[in-house]
Design a protein around this ligand. Structure first.
Ligand code: C2O
Ligand code: CU
Ligand code: CU
Length: 506
């Protein structure tokens, strides 16, 4: 789709930090406008029309301290017509340009969580049935973590996010500061997302059903979307000049569907110190990092032995990639800057203590099937427990109690499952016989349960649930009651009802 774009010709953009509009009684107040604008995404691409927070893609970064709550007024200043094609794949018919912002990974009251039906249009003229307030409140009581904010409007999240409505949100605390990790100019957010472009530089997103060229089952909802171009911080295949020292990278996979298997072509290992919900218990040395949509990884890369070299951050496409697929590259590091001062940062072995939820009482177990179903026209549609969005709420844990949720993936590919409000711990994954399941509807295990990967042994809000496996997580529901959602974070799935409400009961 996109004509061939040269790689590593644009510098990685720095992401600016947003400043509060005012600070009243120690409470910072921010305003963010969602607007349409154009931005140059590659040297040889015409400027691209986008939607962004404060006219930026990605949006400005929040950088806040634990214990310091903030208020944000999210304003919809978008034009009256959607940037991307709306078509019959929109199954929730509401105003075209509706938005609502969710702070992914945050412990937030439900009235500020960005519930999909809490959407609003320009100047709040029309609002969804769950709309509660114009100004969102973020308590920032949780530990230091790399969170992100993005659009979550009912039925069109995939289009709003694809148009550019994403940004990063960092919470810091004392525990993390004590570790002497690389900081300042040596702490860099990397927001990775794939896109495709039309000849004129505009975003390409498939419009169904009249796009047989994309090889989608036709007619069908857009079942997934893989862009042919990789962007980091809003530039196509950028490069970054670095000093020969350690850097901390806060990596976010903000893609609609695409998962990544990241590695460095220098063959060097790197170190993961944090995941979705903050620091890991101990540093994990990695050669390859798997990142499903919405997952975050806090990494340290040491460039000290690579002075003068170029290193490419690669994406492993597996053994038989399509020869036209260019997404095996992500970005390039050039170790060409001179060392300004001696590197005194550390890669500590031990990072944090995370009390295990396993030792406490478990109040409930839920078997949750990820299951292929059909929409009323007989088109395939992945659902959760065979339920649609409109079906009555079935998951109602009690506030303060702990439950084990088993995601039983009966489909042939991985789904990244995300739960709002909380950070969970992964218990294990266990393979079962998919063929047998498809014939009988019964689970027959084919092997023992595997513990989570070492880099998953922290707090997570999104978990990869692989095909033909039961993935179990343990969750303590709190600190707030109210109505939230859990869903697949492949945005094409989420929009087509692979999303369910849940209620934390008082
Ligand atoms: Cu990142 Cu419900 O979303
Ligand atoms: Cu979320
Ligand atoms: Cu999915």
């Amino acid at each position: 789709m996109t004509r061939k774009l040269e790689k590593f010709v644009d510098q990685l953009p720095a992401i600016n930090t947003i400043k509060p509009l005012e600070v009243k009684n120690k409470r910072a107040f921010y305003e963010i406008k969602m607007e349409e604008f154009t931005q140059k995404l590659h040297r040889d691409l015409e400027p691209t029309r986008l939607w962004g927070y404060n006219r930026q893609f990605p949006g400005p970064m929040f950088d806040v301290n634990k214990g310091e709550p903030i208020d944000v007024k999210w304003m919809n200043n978008l034009p009256g017509k959607h940037l991307l094609p709306l078509d019959e794949s929109i199954i929730h018919h509401e105003p075209e340009v509706r938005t609502v912002t969710h702070l992914h990974g945050s412990e937030t009251r439900s009235d500020s969580d960005g519930y999909p039906e809490a959407w609003f249009t320009k100047d709040f003229k029309q609002v969804g049935p769950f709309f509660k307030r114009e100004i969102y409140h973020y308590p920032n009581r949780q530990r230091a973590a790399t969170l992100w904010y993005h659009d979550h409007a009912m039925g069109i999240t995939r289009l709003n996010v694809y148009a550019g409505l994403v940004g990063m949100y960092i919470i810091r605390d004392q525990e993390e500061r004590r570790l002497k990790l690389p900081t300042g100019d040596y702490e860099i957010p990397l927001i990775i997302a794939d896109r495709s472009f039309n000849e004129d530089g505009s975003l390409f997103y498939p419009s169904q059903p009249n796009n047989p060229s994309r090889n989608l089952p036709n007619p069908s909802i857009v079942p997934f979307f893989l862009g042919d171009t990789i962007l980091v911080n809003g530039k196509v295949w950028p490069y970054m000049e670095v000093e020969p020292k350690k850097y901390r990278f806060r990596v976010l996979n903000a893609s609609n569907t695409r998962g990544y298997q990241l590695y460095l072509d220098s063959g060097q290992s790197f170190y993961q110190i944090g995941t979705d919900g903050g620091l890991l218990p101990r540093t994990v040395k990695l050669d390859k990092l798997v990142m499903e949509p919405a997952e975050r990884a806090d990494l340290i890369i040491d460039f000290s032995k690579y002075e003068g070299k170029s290193i490419i951050l690669k994406n492993d496409l597996g053994s038989n990639p399509d020869p036209n697929d260019e997404t095996f590259d992500v970005m390039q590091f050039r170790v060409t800057k001179t060392l300004t001062k001696e590197d005194t940062s550390k890669i500590p072995k031990r990072l944090s203590t995370i009390p295990s939820l396993k030792t406490g009482m478990v109040a409930g177990y839920r078997n949750l099937k990820l299951i292929e179903s059909n929409d009323p026209l007989g088109r395939p549609m992945p659902l959760l427990n065979n339920k649609k969005w409109e079906d009555p709420v079935t998951e109602k844990p009690r506030l303060g109690t702990t439950e084990i949720w088993s995601f039983i993936n009966t489909m042939p590919f991985t789904h990244p499952i995300h739960i709002h409000l909380i950070q969970f711990q992964i218990l294990d994954r266990r393979p079962f016989d998919l063929d047998f399941y498809n014939k009988t509807g019964q689970i027959r295990y084919t092997g023992p349960a595997r513990p989570p990967e070492p880099n998953e042994r922290g707090l997570k809000d999104t978990v990869a649930a692989p095909a033909g496996e039961v993935t179990r997580v343990i969750v303590r529901f709190g600190p707030y009651s109210g109505q939230y959602v859990w869903h697949c974070h492949i945005l094409e799935h989420e929009d087509h009802d692979m999303m369910r409400p849940f209620i934390v009961r008082e």
